[in-house]
Each structure stands twice: as C-alpha cells, then as structure tokens.
Design a binder for this molecule. Structure first.
Ligand SMILES: Nc1ncnc2c1ncn2[C@@H]1O[C@H](COP(=O)(O)OP(=O)(O)OP(=O)(O)O)[C@@H](O)[C@H]1O
Ligand SMILES: [Mg+2]
Ligand SMILES: [Zn+2]
Length: 370
C-alpha cells in the first residue's frame, strides 16, 4: 500500500471522503435511498475532479452486500455508504470485480468493442445485483460505436448501469446525452485541494512548508489528481529527509525566483537599459527558462496594473508583506499608460520567444523599445 502513488492511495473510498461535488453526491444518495437508480449517467467535468472516483463509489454502493441486506430488511439507511468490507466492496477496491467493467473509450473507440459490450450486457451479473459499466473519455467513441451504444442505452436491461465520463461533453452526440442523467462536476478550489494535501502529508508523516502546498494547490488548476501527482514528484525530489519545501516545488514547476523578477522590474522601471540587458545575459547562464520568465513578468505586471486601477485589489501571487508593499509602491509610482505599455510589449515578446533562435532577443528588443 505504501508505495502506491498518492492519487491512487488516496482515492476516496466513501462518499464522505469526496471533496466538493456535494450536489452530485446528494442526488445520488437520494436515488439510492428511494431505489430509483437511473440506468445511464453522464459525469462531465474537468480532469482529476472525481468522475471516475464517484463512478466506482456508485458501483460499490449499489452492489454493497450490507446495503442490499439493509434494504431487504427495510432497515432505514440514509447514509448508503459502501461498507468497504464485504466481498463485493473489496473486489471493487482491488480492481478485480467481475461485475464492474471499465472501458477506456480513448483506446477502445471502435464498433467492435461496443458490440462486444452490447452482447455482454444481456448476461446477468456474476454475483452482484448490478452490472456496472464505466465508459471513460466517452466523447472519444467513433460515430459508429456511439450509435451502437445508443441502441443499448435505449433499452438497457434492468441489471445494467452505465456511467459515461467525459471532460468534453460538447463533443458527444446529443441523442446519447439526452438518454443519460447528467451531472456536471466542478473544478476544486485551491483551499479544498490544500486541505486534502495537508491530510495526506500528515498521514505520511512528512514535514512541509505551508507555502509549498499552497503553491501546489494554486498551480493544480482545480484538479486534485494533478496536485497529488505534483506532490509525489516533489517528495521524491526532496531526498531522504523528505521535507517538502517551497523551493523544490518552484524548481519542479520551473517557476522563476521572485528575487529575479523584482530585480528585473527595478531595472526596467528605472530605465536602466544596459543593466537590464546585462541582467538577462546573466540569468541565461543560471538556466532560467525565458518562456517562464516572460510569463512571470506578465503575471507581476498584471497585478501592478490591477492594483493601479483599484488599490483594494487583492494580490493573488504568493508574496510576503515586503514584496506586496513593493508591488503597491510600483503601482503608485507608475502611470497606468506606462504599465499597460510594458505589459503589451512583454506579451508580444512572450509570443516570440518560442520561435526565436536567440531566446533572450525578444525581451532585449522589448526593453530597448520601452
Ligand atoms: N472530489 C475529489 N475528492 C477527493 N479526491 C479527489 C477528488 N477528485 C479527484 N480526487 C483525487 O484524484 C484522483 C483522480 O480522480 P478521478 O480519477 O476521480 O478523476 P477524474 O475526474 O475521473 O479525472 P479524468 O477526467 O482525468 O479521468 C483520485 O484518486 C483522488 O485521489
Ligand atoms: Mg477518470
Ligand atoms: Zn460492502
């Protein structure tokens, strides 16, 4: 167990462990309680936000022997969590349940696979109450395959439950979408991701800097899986003491040191052109990625511009008090025109870096022009 990667080791095993997506869980639980389970679900939403996890949880809950018994003896169960102890739950957790069929439509796009599936459906479940089919990346099915699937969704046998998962529902044929009960997953907030990462680290007894996990949570773009993977990488990079440091995260993400950005901003705002250019030359040898450098510069300039427009604007970069004051001072000292001008020039430069044979040249030109 301990050498599993985090995103697998910490996959939610109960509804309670799922972060966010409350609206979906509530509706699913209501369906379980009232026994009105749909035979086709469509789980849409951004990557790494819980689609596959919830699909497996639903499969577990409908086939959990404890839940089935409770229902049979009319024991009121408003919880409907899978027990994770009965044979059915255990087999699903270990990925060897016969009655849970997971198909990745990205690699099984064709009509033959769907025909096989269609033929398989008519067979009763081996041991469980329901046969559950999870079709991942459902938008990738070929047209023929999608049509074959449609036939099945029109008249599914009572023992079958389909869960289609996709990050791109707009690419699916409407006739399929309209036959499914649709749930839209939402991106997770940095705070929600942060809390889960903290729990993982505490459980793994790994020391960490608060700012390190903040940085990971903010970079993950709403995907807990991406955050967990980045956490994994950072830890294996951290060596034997296994203390998670912000600096390591920055290195892995290729984030440019704040000191470099501030120094560079000073040079350009004080119009010290030769110094700014010499500075660029210097950081080439430090191995700074210019694409990342330009990206960071733009992020900082944007914050300065927004501060200029409204002093109440809350700075979204991870900065300490002194650095925040510095940004605020720049916003006061410079004119809106100046900031906009810098920003535009650097955006142009950023676009050109990709194709430049001398990576620092577009930035040098921007500095000289300004
Ligand atoms: N809502 C969530 N609550 C807790 N953990 C989550 C949540 N969403 C994702 N995770 C974590 O991320 C991992 C991957 O999640 P999952 O496979 O459910 O994502 P997905 O939405 O199916 O993504 P994809 O579209 O890439 O298939 C899980 O094993 C879990 O560790
Ligand atoms: Mg998935
Ligand atoms: Zn169970």
């Amino acid at each position: 167990m301990s050498n599993l990667v985090f995103y697998r080791k910490y996959r939610p095993k109960t509804f309670k462990e799922v972060i966010g997506q409350e609206h979906i869980i509530q509706t699913l639980k209501n369906a379980l309680i009232s026994g009105r389970i749909s035979h086709a679900y469509l789980f849409c939403g951004p990557r790494g936000a819980g689609k596959t996890s919830l699909a497996r949880l639903l499969a577990k809950a409908v086939n959990c022997e404890k839940n089935i018994q409770n229902t049979k003896y009319k024991i009121l169960n408003t919880n409907f969590e899978p027990c994770n102890q009965c044979l059915s739950c255990q087999e699903i957790n270990q990925g060897k349940a016969m009655d849970l069929i997971e198909i990745d439509a990205a690699s099984n796009r064709g009509i033959d696979e769907i025909r096989d599936l269609r033929d398989g459906i008519s067979f009763m479940p081996t041991r469980s109450k329901y046969k559950v089919f999870i079709l991942d990346e459902a938008h990738q099915l070929s047209k023929d395959a999608a049509n074959a699937l449609l036939k099945t969704l029109e008249e599914p046998p009572g023992h079958a439950i389909f869960i289609l998962a996709t990050t791109e529902p707009q690419k699916m044929i409407l006739t399929i979408v309209s036959r499914c009960q649709r749930f839209d997953f939402r991106r997770l907030k940095p705070k929600e991701i942060n809390d889960k990462l903290k729990r993982i680290l505490e459980n793994e007894k790994i020391k960490f800097e608060e700012e390190a996990i903040q940085l990971i949570s903010q970079t993950a773009n709403g995907s807990i899986r991406d955050a967990e993977t980045l956490l994994d990488q950072t830890i294996s990079f951290s060596g034997p003491e296994r203390t998670l440091e912000k600096e390591t995260v920055e290195k892995i993400l290729g984030i440019v040191d704040k000191k470099i950005i501030f120094q560079f901003l000073d040079y350009i705002f004080q119009k010290q052109t030769p110094k700014a250019i010499a500075f660029l030359e210097e950081i080439v040898f430090k191995g700074v990625d210019f694409q990342e450098f330009a990206k960071s510069l733009i992020q900082y300039l944007r914050e300065i511009l927004l501060l200029k427009i409204s002093p109440e604007f809350e700075i979204s970069l991870l900065l300490d008090k002194e650095e925040k004051e510095k940004l605020e001072k720049l916003a006061t000292d410079l004119s809106e025109e100046e900031i906009k001008n810098f920003l535009k020039k650097f955006i142009e430069a950023e676009n050109r870096i990709k194709f430049a044979s001398i990576p620092q040249l577009p930035l040098e030109l921007a500095i000289i022009e300004m």
